[in-house]
Design a binder for this molecule. Structure first.
Ligand SMILES: [Zn+2]
Length: 207
Protein backbone atom coordinates (compact mmCIF):
# COMPACT_ATOMS: atom_id res chain seq x y z
CA UNK A 1 0.00 0.00 0.00
CA UNK A 2 1.45 3.33 -1.02
CA UNK A 3 0.21 6.21 1.11
CA UNK A 4 1.86 8.81 -1.08
CA UNK A 5 0.59 7.56 -4.42
CA UNK A 6 -2.65 6.41 -2.83
CA UNK A 7 -2.66 3.05 -4.55
CA UNK A 8 -2.86 -0.55 -3.39
CA UNK A 9 -0.40 -2.70 -5.26
CA UNK A 10 -0.78 -6.45 -5.31
CA UNK A 11 2.27 -8.30 -6.52
CA UNK A 12 1.94 -11.94 -7.44
CA UNK A 13 3.90 -14.33 -9.61
CA UNK A 14 2.62 -14.43 -13.17
CA UNK A 15 1.70 -18.11 -12.92
CA UNK A 16 -0.93 -17.23 -10.37
CA UNK A 17 -4.24 -16.29 -11.90
CA UNK A 18 -5.55 -12.80 -11.40
CA UNK A 19 -8.59 -14.38 -9.80
CA UNK A 20 -6.40 -15.75 -7.05
CA UNK A 21 -5.01 -12.30 -6.40
CA UNK A 22 -8.57 -11.01 -6.02
CA UNK A 23 -9.37 -13.87 -3.69
CA UNK A 24 -6.34 -12.99 -1.63
CA UNK A 25 -7.50 -9.39 -1.37
CA UNK A 26 -11.01 -10.52 -0.43
CA UNK A 27 -9.64 -12.78 2.26
CA UNK A 28 -7.65 -9.93 3.77
CA UNK A 29 -10.37 -7.39 3.18
CA UNK A 30 -10.44 -6.14 6.78
CA UNK A 31 -6.73 -5.62 6.94
CA UNK A 32 -6.72 -3.78 3.60
CA UNK A 33 -9.68 -1.59 4.61
CA UNK A 34 -8.04 -0.81 7.90
CA UNK A 35 -4.76 0.21 6.38
CA UNK A 36 -6.54 2.20 3.68
CA UNK A 37 -8.59 4.19 6.15
CA UNK A 38 -5.45 5.14 8.04
CA UNK A 39 -4.12 6.98 4.98
CA UNK A 40 -5.02 10.66 5.28
CA UNK A 41 -7.40 11.72 2.49
CA UNK A 42 -5.95 13.62 -0.46
CA UNK A 43 -6.40 17.35 -0.57
CA UNK A 44 -6.93 18.89 -3.97
CA UNK A 45 -6.08 22.48 -4.49
CA UNK A 46 -9.41 24.16 -5.02
CA UNK A 47 -11.00 27.48 -4.25
CA UNK A 48 -11.54 27.90 -0.52
CA UNK A 49 -9.16 25.13 0.52
CA UNK A 50 -6.91 26.03 3.41
CA UNK A 51 -3.24 25.06 3.18
CA UNK A 52 -0.51 25.41 5.80
CA UNK A 53 2.38 27.45 4.42
CA UNK A 54 5.37 27.56 6.76
CA UNK A 55 3.02 27.19 9.71
CA UNK A 56 0.43 29.70 8.59
CA UNK A 57 -2.94 28.63 7.19
CA UNK A 58 -3.78 30.37 3.94
CA UNK A 59 -7.00 30.10 1.99
CA UNK A 60 -6.75 29.52 -1.73
CA UNK A 61 -8.49 31.76 -4.23
CA UNK A 62 -8.10 31.01 -7.88
CA UNK A 63 -8.79 34.33 -9.51
CA UNK A 64 -8.87 33.01 -13.08
CA UNK A 65 -7.16 36.25 -14.04
CA UNK A 66 -4.58 36.06 -16.81
CA UNK A 67 -1.94 38.57 -15.90
CA UNK A 68 0.49 39.75 -18.53
CA UNK A 69 3.98 41.16 -18.51
CA UNK A 70 5.67 41.29 -15.13
CA UNK A 71 2.52 40.26 -13.32
CA UNK A 72 2.31 36.98 -15.22
CA UNK A 73 1.85 34.07 -12.86
CA UNK A 74 2.23 36.30 -9.84
CA UNK A 75 0.72 34.78 -6.71
CA UNK A 76 -0.23 37.30 -4.06
CA UNK A 77 -0.76 36.96 -0.34
CA UNK A 78 -3.45 39.21 1.06
CA UNK A 79 -3.94 38.65 4.75
CA UNK A 80 -5.08 35.05 5.06
CA UNK A 81 -5.92 34.79 1.37
CA UNK A 82 -3.65 33.45 -1.31
CA UNK A 83 -4.62 34.81 -4.71
CA UNK A 84 -3.52 32.57 -7.56
CA UNK A 85 -3.99 33.81 -11.14
CA UNK A 86 -4.14 31.78 -14.35
CA UNK A 87 -6.43 29.28 -15.99
CA UNK A 88 -6.76 25.61 -15.04
CA UNK A 89 -3.64 24.74 -17.02
CA UNK A 90 -1.32 27.21 -15.32
CA UNK A 91 -2.52 27.91 -11.82
CA UNK A 92 -1.16 24.71 -10.21
CA UNK A 93 2.26 25.48 -11.63
CA UNK A 94 2.11 29.09 -10.46
CA UNK A 95 1.11 27.94 -6.99
CA UNK A 96 3.80 25.27 -6.80
CA UNK A 97 6.48 27.72 -7.90
CA UNK A 98 5.30 30.23 -5.33
CA UNK A 99 5.34 27.60 -2.56
CA UNK A 100 8.85 26.56 -3.54
CA UNK A 101 10.03 30.16 -3.53
CA UNK A 102 8.63 30.66 -0.01
CA UNK A 103 10.37 27.53 1.21
CA UNK A 104 13.64 28.45 -0.47
CA UNK A 105 13.64 31.85 1.19
CA UNK A 106 12.99 30.29 4.58
CA UNK A 107 15.67 27.64 4.05
CA UNK A 108 18.22 30.27 3.11
CA UNK A 109 17.36 32.21 6.25
CA UNK A 110 17.69 29.10 8.43
CA UNK A 111 20.94 28.01 6.81
CA UNK A 112 22.58 31.41 7.25
CA UNK A 113 21.47 31.60 10.87
CA UNK A 114 23.02 28.18 11.58
CA UNK A 115 26.21 28.45 9.52
CA UNK A 116 28.35 30.04 12.22
CA UNK A 117 27.30 27.52 14.87
CA UNK A 118 27.87 24.54 12.59
CA UNK A 119 31.16 25.99 11.39
CA UNK A 120 30.74 24.64 7.85
CA UNK A 121 29.42 26.23 4.69
CA UNK A 122 26.48 25.11 2.60
CA UNK A 123 27.31 25.39 -1.10
CA UNK A 124 23.80 25.03 -2.55
CA UNK A 125 20.20 24.32 -1.64
CA UNK A 126 17.95 22.37 -4.03
CA UNK A 127 14.31 21.45 -3.83
CA UNK A 128 12.87 18.22 -5.19
CA UNK A 129 9.79 16.11 -4.81
CA UNK A 130 11.45 13.27 -2.96
CA UNK A 131 9.17 10.50 -1.91
CA UNK A 132 11.20 8.53 0.55
CA UNK A 133 13.24 11.15 2.39
CA UNK A 134 12.85 14.72 3.58
CA UNK A 135 16.34 15.91 2.91
CA UNK A 136 19.91 15.01 2.13
CA UNK A 137 23.40 16.45 2.35
CA UNK A 138 26.32 15.75 0.04
CA UNK A 139 29.97 15.73 1.05
CA UNK A 140 30.37 18.85 -1.12
CA UNK A 141 27.96 20.73 1.11
CA UNK A 142 24.93 20.54 -1.14
CA UNK A 143 21.63 20.34 0.68
CA UNK A 144 18.50 18.92 -0.93
CA UNK A 145 15.04 19.03 0.58
CA UNK A 146 11.63 17.91 -0.55
CA UNK A 147 9.62 21.02 -1.39
CA UNK A 148 6.69 19.52 0.53
CA UNK A 149 8.35 20.62 3.74
CA UNK A 150 6.68 23.96 3.01
CA UNK A 151 3.56 22.35 4.56
CA UNK A 152 5.37 21.22 7.72
CA UNK A 153 5.35 23.12 11.02
CA UNK A 154 8.28 25.61 11.23
CA UNK A 155 9.88 23.73 14.14
CA UNK A 156 9.99 20.55 12.04
CA UNK A 157 11.54 22.45 9.14
CA UNK A 158 14.13 23.92 11.49
CA UNK A 159 14.96 20.43 12.73
CA UNK A 160 15.40 19.19 9.16
CA UNK A 161 17.85 21.97 8.38
CA UNK A 162 19.78 21.30 11.59
CA UNK A 163 19.84 17.59 10.73
CA UNK A 164 21.20 18.06 7.21
CA UNK A 165 23.68 20.73 8.27
CA UNK A 166 24.95 18.52 11.10
CA UNK A 167 25.95 16.11 8.32
CA UNK A 168 28.43 18.75 7.14
CA UNK A 169 30.31 17.83 10.31
CA UNK A 170 29.38 14.16 10.64
CA UNK A 171 28.44 12.16 7.55
CA UNK A 172 26.70 9.49 9.61
CA UNK A 173 24.08 9.09 12.32
CA UNK A 174 26.57 8.33 15.09
CA UNK A 175 26.79 9.68 18.63
CA UNK A 176 28.67 12.83 17.60
CA UNK A 177 26.13 13.59 14.93
CA UNK A 178 23.25 13.47 17.42
CA UNK A 179 25.23 15.59 19.89
CA UNK A 180 25.42 18.37 17.32
CA UNK A 181 21.71 18.04 16.53
CA UNK A 182 20.83 18.03 20.24
CA UNK A 183 22.82 21.20 20.84
CA UNK A 184 21.10 23.11 18.06
CA UNK A 185 17.68 21.54 18.32
CA UNK A 186 16.99 20.15 21.81
CA UNK A 187 13.47 18.95 20.90
CA UNK A 188 14.63 17.01 17.85
CA UNK A 189 13.00 13.78 19.04
CA UNK A 190 9.57 15.38 19.02
CA UNK A 191 10.12 16.62 15.49
CA UNK A 192 11.36 13.27 14.27
CA UNK A 193 8.28 11.68 15.76
CA UNK A 194 6.11 14.26 14.01
CA UNK A 195 7.65 13.35 10.67
CA UNK A 196 7.13 9.65 11.32
CA UNK A 197 3.53 10.05 12.41
CA UNK A 198 2.39 12.89 10.19
CA UNK A 199 4.86 12.86 7.32
CA UNK A 200 2.25 11.31 5.03
CA UNK A 201 0.21 14.48 5.46
CA UNK A 202 2.82 16.43 3.54
CA UNK A 203 2.04 14.23 0.54
CA UNK A 204 -1.71 14.72 0.77
CA UNK A 205 -1.62 17.79 -1.38
CA UNK A 206 -2.28 16.72 -4.92
CA UNK A 207 -0.34 19.19 -6.89
ZN1 LIG B 1 20.66 12.11 8.24
Amino acid sequence: MDAQERVIRVTFPSRIWERQAWNFLKKHRDWVANRWSSIPPAIHFENGVSIPVLGKNLELRFTGEELTGKGRGKVQKKGRLLLVPGGPDDRDRYLREWLKAQLREELERLVSSLTRRIGRKVTSISLRDMRTRWGSCSSKGRLTFTWRLVFAPPAVLHYMVVHEMAHLREMNHGVHFWEIVERLCPRHETHRKWLKQHGDQLHRYQI
